[in-house]
Design a protein around this ligand. Sequence first.
Ligand code: SAM
Length: 228
Amino acid sequence: RLSKRLETVASFIPKGAKLADIGSDHAYLPCYAYLHGYITKAVAGEVADGPLRSAKQQVERTGLKDVISVRKGDGLEVIKPGEVDCITIAGMGGTLIANILEAGKDKLLGVKRLILQPNVGAHIVRKWLLDHDWELIAERILEEEGKIYEVLVAEKGDGKRPYENIETELLLGPFLLKEKNDVFLKKWRHELAHWKQIYRQLNEKAETESAIAKKRELEKKMKMVEEA
Ligand code: SAM
């Protein structure tokens, strides 16, 4: 059984897609996607030897060597231009996901959908999508084994569309903010409590320039989240 997190990612893969799963590790996602009829073929990309080995083993064990090509490489360098039409990048920080997309921009021509699951820093991924005309079309937030995950789905188009109050929605997610489900509320209540604690600690310190700057930044974020 696939984790709820990866199942959520898989649920957004369009039927018949040619998929690249970047940072695939054990290649569970592309194997699952093929066996459930989501995709016709896939590239599983990995930069590290251990995960690469386990991806190869998993693909062989599942009997999918002909349809899932496991390749070693950094980010999108494992795919040829036009080879895939859907890319998944899951289980990494938002900065790494944005860096992978930025470095592989030329490989995105012909890609119709990106499904991205940052463990932290989802706002960095939203900002990258916005700046590169990828329109956010759906978002999910879910909790699994005490951890909270966000899934962002984007298609090539007008990156600005879902946003009304851009600063707040880049941070919180325009769809997630509208839905405001229990996991979303839990995440942001938790963040807010954490920021308040940092703020109190900063207050106890000397008024250095950097402490003041940090406090202003926190005040801004706390205000956005509290208002939301
Ligand atoms: N995608 C799987 C998932 O969500 O369960 C695996 C997530 S695992 C925590 C992150 C994987 O990304 C690691 O196996 C790591 O080697 C790989 N990775 C990190 N940076 C990468 C890069 N620039 N290109 C390809 N793979 C990368």
